[in-house]
Ligand binder design. Structure first.
Ligand SMILES: O=C[C@H](O)[C@H](O)[C@H](O)COP(=O)(O)O
Length: 223
C-alpha cells in the first residue's frame, strides 16, 4: 500500500464524534480527508476547518461540513502533513505553499497530528528548502535579508510567474542544508520585515504517524 495513504488512514482512528477538526493540506492528508468524507456519509458528526483553498474545495466535494475560522476559538485536533520531521518532532511545512493558514490553525489546535511517509523523517531539519511566505512588495530586499541567516532564498515560480499563496503572497524557498536551532531561526525569520510566516513548526506537533514498507509507526512528543 502507498505509504502516505497508510499513515493518513491510520490517523482517522483519532477522530471522535463531535470534534472540530483542522484539515491539513497536501498529498498525504488527502487520504485522510477522503476517508473522513466516507465516515461523514455514514453519519459521523464532525466539523472541519480547512487550511487551504485546495482542502476547502476537496472537503466541500466530499460533503464534509465546514466552519469559518472567524467562528472557531479552539480546534480539538488538526491532522496535517509535513515536508520534514526531526527527531524532536520539529517540522518543515509549506512545500505546497499552505504554511501560513496551516500554522494559524495549528496555533489554536489542542493536538496536532502529522502524517508522513518515512522519507520525511530526518535527524536534523534543513535538507528540504524552508518555505518562507513574504509580501510581494520589496520581496528582493526581503530575500537579501533572509540570506543573512545563512541560506540561499529562491523565489518559487510556476509556468505563469511567481507562485501566489492563498493569501496573495510569494514564497521564498530557503536552502539551508542544516538548521541547527529551529526555535531561534523561527523567531528571527518572523522578525524580518516582509516575512508573513515561515514553515518551521516548533513545539506544535504532538504525534507523528509514519507510513513505511513495514507498516505504520507512531512518534509522540515526550512530556
Ligand atoms: O503547504 C503544504 C503543506 O505544508 C503540506 O502539508 C506539506 O507540504 C506536505 O505535503 P505532502 O503530503 O503532499 O508531501
Amino acid at each position: 500500500m502507498d505509504k502516505k495513504k497508510l499513515a493518513a488512514e491510520h490517523a482517522v482512528a483519532s477522530i471522535e464524534e463531535g470534534m472540530v477538526l483542522g484539515l491539513g493540506t497536501g498529498s498525504t492528508v488527502y487520504w485522510m480527508i477522503q476517508k473522513l468524507g466516507e465516515l461523514v456519509k455514514e453519519g459521523l458528526n464532525i466539523k472541519g476547518v480547512p487550511t487551504s483553498q485546495e482542502t476547502e474545495a476537496l472537503a466541500l466535494k466530499l460533503g464534509i461540513p465546514l466552519l469559518q475560522l472567524a467562528d472557531v476559538h479552539e480546534i480539538d485536533l488538526t491532522i496535517d502533513g509535513a515536508d520534514e520531521v526531526s527527531a524532536n518532532l520539529e517540522l518543515i511545512k509549506g512545500g505546497g505553499g499552505a504554511l501560513f493558514r496551516e500554522k494559524m490553525i495549528a496555533s489554536i489546535s489542542r493536538r496536532l497530528l502529522i502524517v508522513v511517509d518515512d522519507s520525511k523523517v530526518v535527524t536534523t531539519l534543513g535538507k528540504f528548502p524552508l518555505p518562507v511566505e513574504v509580501v510581494p512588495f520589496g520581496w528582493e530586499l526581503t530575500s537579501r535579508k533572509l540570506s543573512r541567516f545563512g541560506c540561499k532564498p529562491v523565489l518559487r515560480t510556476t509556468a505563469k510567474g511567481p507562485f501566489i499563496t492563498d493569501n496573495g503572497n510569494y514564497i521564498l524557498d530557503c536552502h539551508f542544508d542544516t538548521i541547527h536551532n529551529p526555535e531561534e531561526l523561527n523567531e528571527h525569520l518572523n522578525l524580518t520585515i516582509g516575512v508573513v510566516e515561515n514553515g518551521l513548526f516548533v513545539n506544535m506537533a504532538n504525534t507523528i504517524i509514519v507510513g513505511s514498507n513495514e507498516g505504520v509507526y507512531t512518534k509522540k512528543k515526550s512530556m
